[in-house]
Ligand binder design. Structure first.
Ligand SMILES: Cc1cc2nc3c(=O)[nH]c(=O)nc-3n(C[C@H](O)[C@H](O)[C@H](O)COP(=O)(O)OP(=O)(O)OC[C@H]3O[C@@H](n4cnc5c(N)ncnc54)[C@H](O)[C@@H]3O)c2cc1C
Ligand code: SF4
Ligand code: SF4
Ligand code: SF4
Length: 396
């Protein structure tokens, strides 16, 4: 059958996370990531160029992540240390998302020579409010990527341009990006050999690009050229931040964060309902907001360290004065992120999806997560999945 052995198999199963790994590894550059009208980003294959090598399918984390990492709790992952922290520069703390630890760590790693460049995600470039993936080798480029873009980012497309780039790079990404890099490491280790630091963000979900357009409409700015869109700016009321929009003429508006929270459920992609790895367990360090620790208005980051080599870089960064860290009990981070509820929700959605006759993603977890207890009524979960499926099917 046409397109068998390519990532179209993943699209047919509705399991794409929009991570861009397939496009990053395709040896003939046959794959482009294209946005469809409801704001969904998907790979499109140029049939005239594709040679059916199946590499894209082999590395796709949307359909499968076969980890051989044996962990006590796969939802939590390995932990060698945990901190709460902030970037020391108060200006950069104000413009960061949480405590600015990601930016602080990258700036320290670049200045100390531990890395030569970092793969980051910017927004508001060249008049577009869609995210843009960048290999940043200057401090100002790392700084301009501050703040979270709660939308799909085809981060791993960077693999196509970093082939043959022999310098040491850091990657900042969501769990599904790290899953893609993990799969690539198994199939094509040469592609990832220069990645020396994986900074993972916690991730509850993204929202389709339709959410950006909806918020711009709510602000009454739909007929204007937008110069800047931010999901969570601290400028108005501090952390956790409000939606900020500025048009080309310089007019600004804030929408209270409640406006973003109110549309979350409607714009959540189907695939995010089937994702277990909120805490980014495949990264060297995982960073998120400081729920469960303290919630200062300037923002504070939770940090889980998973790799001792990177632990040294983090401690050096603090010693050099770039960041401020304090020890915290990892249990507070895990409970603050609501991981008990997350496990349940993941199991219920995966069970409902299978009952609807679809395949859940293959994760090698230690128990059968697609078996919700018989006593659980899954109809509400099925309804949510069916709604999301209607949107997915509208683009096929
Ligand atoms: C989609 C998404 C969902 C999240 N969900 C949660 C959650 O449920 N709980 C929680 O505590 N934290 C969550 N976070 C993480 C949180 O929002 C902050 O990103 C994190 O705390 C780091 O803050 P910081 O101040 O250290 O980062 P900053 O110093 O502001 O730097 C932000 C970095 O994030 C990178 N980045 C931004 N958006 C993306 C993206 N979409 N994909 C890849 N890289 C990106 C940028 O390149 C930049 O380097 C989420 C982030 C995202 C993007
Ligand atoms: S999940 Fe990633 S690798 Fe798989 S099809 Fe989607 S964009 Fe490609
Ligand atoms: S050439 Fe190979 S990697 Fe590229 S689209 Fe075709 S099957 Fe996928
Ligand atoms: S919830 Fe999972 S699939 Fe969705 S964006 Fe986050 S890491 Fe990717």
């Amino acid at each position: 059958m046409k397109n068998m052995g390519t990532v179209y198999e993943v699209l047919n199963k509705h399991l794409c996370t929009s991570c861009g790994t397939c496009a990053g590894v395709c040896p003939v550059d046959a794959i482009k990531m294209i946005e469809s009208p409801p704001g969904i980003l998907r790979p499109h294959i140029n049939d005239a160029v594709c040679n059916h090598c199946s590499l894209c399918l082999k590395v796709c984390p949307g359909i499968r992540v076969k980890t051989d990492i044996n962990r006590f709790d796969p939802f939590v992952g390995g932990i060698s240390a945990s901190y709460a922290g902030q970037i020391a520069d108060s200006g950069l703390l104000a413009t960061s998302q949480s405590g600015g630890i990601v930016t602080g760590l990258l700036l320290h790693a670049l200045e100390s020579g531990y890395i030569d460049a970092a793969v980051v995600t910017s927004q508001n470039i060249n008049g577009s409010v869609r995210p843009m993936v960048k290999l940043a080798d200057k401090p100002e480029e790392i700084i301009s990527a501050q703040q979270s873009k709660y939308c799909p980012v085809p981060l791993n497309t960077f693999l196509s341009s970093s082939r043959g780039f022999n310098k040491r790079i850091a990657v900042v990404g969501l769990p599904c990006h790290m899953h893609g890099l993990y799969n690539v490491g198994k199939e094509l280790p040469g592609f990832v050999k220069n990645i020396v630091m994986r900074i993972g963000l916690f991730c509850d979900r993204t929202l389709t690009y339709g959410a950006i357009d909806s918020l711009i409409r709510s602000a009454g700015f739909q007929n204007r050229k937008i110069a800047e869109f931010r999901y969570r700016s601290k400028k108005w009321r501090g952390w956790p931040g409000d939606v900020y929009i500025k048009d080309e003429a310089g007019e600004e508006i804030f929408l209270p964060r409640e406006a973003r929270l109110a549309i979350k459920e409607n714009f959540t992609p189907l695939r995010c309902r089937l994702c277990y790895d909120k805490l980014n367990t495949f990264a060297d360090i995982s960073v998120g907001d400081s729920y469960g620790i303290a919630e200062p208005k300037q923002g504070l980051s939770s940090i889980i360290v998973r790799n001792e080599n990177i632990h040294k870089v983090i401690l050096d960064g603090a010693k050099s004065g770039k960041t401020n860290l304090r020890d915290v009990d990892p249990f507070r981070i895990v409970t603050g992120q609501g991981m008990g509820e997350r496990k349940k929700q993941f199991s219920f959605f995966a069970s409902a999806w299978e009952r609807m006759g679809y395949m859940a993603p293959e994760y090698s977890l230690k128990y059968d997560y697609t078996k919700a207890p018989d006593s659980i009524d899954l109809s509400a979960y099925e309804k949510i999945l069916k709604n999301a499926l209607t949107i997915e099917e509208s683009i096929r």
